[in-house]
Structures are given as C-alpha cells and as structure tokens.
Design a protein. Structure first.
Length: 309
C-alpha cells in the first residue's frame, strides 16, 4: 500500500514537472529576450527624446514628450526644434553616407562571397594549396586591422595617386577592394565546411553525364550549399556594413559610410545622443531586413539539396 502511494506521488510530481517545463522555458526565453533587446529598446527610446531628456540626470526610460526631430535633423526634413538643429547644424546630412553604405557593403559582400565560394570549392575538391590553405588565409584576420591601415593608406594616397595615377582614396571602389580583401578569408573558411559536407558521388555522377566543372559547381554544388551561402552572405554583409576603421581612414567626404557618420555626432560641442541614436536605428534597418529575408533559407537551403539527392 505504501509502495502504491509513493508511486502515485512520484507520478504526480512527474506530471507537474512536465507542465512546468514549457512555462520555465518560456520564462527563460523571455528573460534572455529582455537582456538582448534592452540596448535596442534604450537606443530607440533616446531617438525619440528631445534634448533636455537625453541630457537629463537621471535619465528616463521612456520619452515623456516623443518627437521626431532627431530623425528630421539627419535628413534635413522640415524645421526641427531650434536646439537640436543648432547643435548639429555643422554636421553633414546622412543621405550621402547612407547611399554610400548601400552601395559599398552589398557589392563588397557579393564579391567576397563569390570569390570565397569558388576558392572554397577549389580547396575542398582539388586540394589547392594543401591542407593548410584555409588556415593560411585566416592569418590575415589574426592581425589587428590597424596594423594594415598605415601601409595601405600610404599605398592608396601616395603611390597609386602619384605614380600610377589611380584614385582609390575616398572612393567606392577603394573601400570595396578593402572590404572584399579582408572578408574573403571568412567566406572561404565558412563555405569550405558546407562544401565538404556535400557527397562527392553527386558531383561525380554529373561529370559522368558530361557536365563541365563549372556546370557542376553552379548547378549541382551551389543548390546543395544554398543555406550555407545565405548564412555566409549575412555574416559578411554585417561585417562590411558595420566596418569603421578603414571607412574612417580611407575616406574624407565623398565615400563616408554610416559608422563614420555616427562618429561625427561626437564633437567638442558635446555628444549628440539623440541624432546618434536615430542614425543607429536607421542603420540597423537594412541588417534586420536582410536577416529576415535570409533566415527562411538558413535551414531549408541545405536540407532541400540533400532531399533532392
């Protein structure tokens, strides 16, 4: 009788634990989401605050009087409140920086992923460079970017301009070449892992049917690693979109990007927290859109290829 009672208690506890499981997981996910999103919520709140609120001590969590002046100042829209307008009147509008970023980051991302994909296929299938080739390419990322900044700046602004008559300083092409060169190692490394997982006999069957190596690469291998390609593209795009040091050193006016523009709202006059927060929100929109569009393919891309096999 005692044994049956203890069994009943154990069963009841098991049922209660199973019921609490989803609730605990939801609570844990909620806590993690709050921790992760709290900086974004804070920046979003500051972007709608007037000057007196984003300078207040102690600060307020939510704006008491939400305004759009911080966004209007960025794009020179309408007639914002005088205080904000006067503080950032010397700063350039963000339109040019936004256009530059929307040109440089996507083009450099496509170039990096395309080169990295082809190089990863060569390393994976033909052992180009031996087993140490991927590690060798990653050595370019082991050094701090500042170690390359001064030599490259001298090369861009003096040697190319004066001796070869090529202008790359403060141009879209100059930054695209830099971004591509410094992210292609990541593309190669990530894509090699996905290509290694593709069964060789799938490609061998296509070759026996008369397909050329290029056709095998783009019609057989590429669909199978589509998920990895999208993941690599998103990762490289974020690196290019948020890059600051090279954009600061290799531009002056014509090709400045969003990160450089954000830094210009910190001057001797003071920190323009409102416009900086507003520009941070604007700058995050393309990344959020890209992540939303690509996340549908991150898992389904690779499984689709394997199902077809």
């Amino acid at each position: 009788m005692q044994t049956e009672t203890s069994k009943g208690i154990t069963t009841a506890r098991t049922v209660e634990t199973r019921k609490l499981g989803p609730a605990l997981r939801f609570l844990l996910a909620l806590v993690v989401a709050i921790i992760v999103l709290s900086p974004v919520i804070w920046i979003l709140s500051i972007s709608f605050k007037p000057v007196e609120e984003w300078k207040a001590d102690p600060p307020t969590l939510l704006p008491r009087r939400p305004i759009l002046d911080n966004y209007k100042v960025l794009f020179r829209i309408g007639n914002p409140v005088g205080t904000v307008q006067e503080m950032v009147s010397s700063a350039e509008p963000v339109n040019q920086a936004l256009v530059n970023s929307l040109i440089i980051a996507p083009v450099a991302t496509v170039a990096s992923v395309l080169i990295g994909f082809c190089a990863a296929y060569a390393v994976s299938r033909y052992r180009v460079g031996g087993n140490f080739m991927p590690f060798f390419t990653l050595t370019t990322r082991m050094f701090p970017p500042a170690a390359f900044a001064v030599p490259l700046l001298f090369y861009y602004s003096w040697i190319l301009r004066n001796y070869l008559k090529i202008k790359l300083y403060d141009t879209h092409l100059g930054l695209i070449l830099l971004y591509t060169g410094f992210t292609v190692a990541f593309s190669l490394w990530m894509m090699k892992g996905f290509i290694d997982a593709v069964p060789r006999h799938v490609e061998e069957a296509a070759i026996l049917d008369g397909a050329s190596p290029w056709r095998v690469l783009f019609t057989i291998t590429l669909p199978l690693v589509k998920g990895g390609l999208f993941a690599t593209t998103l990762f490289v795009f974020i690196l290019n979109w948020t890059e600051f040091l090279f954009a600061l050193e290799f531009t002056s006016r014509e090709a400045i990007t969003i990160p450089v523009q954000i830094s210009r709202y910190a001057t001797a006059v003071g920190e323009f927290y409102g416009p900086k927060a507003a520009l941070g929100i604007v700058a995050s929109i393309p990344v959020v859109i890209a992540g939303y569009l690509i996340q549908q393919h991150l898992v389904t891309g690779f499984t689709f290829g394997m199902v077809r096999e």
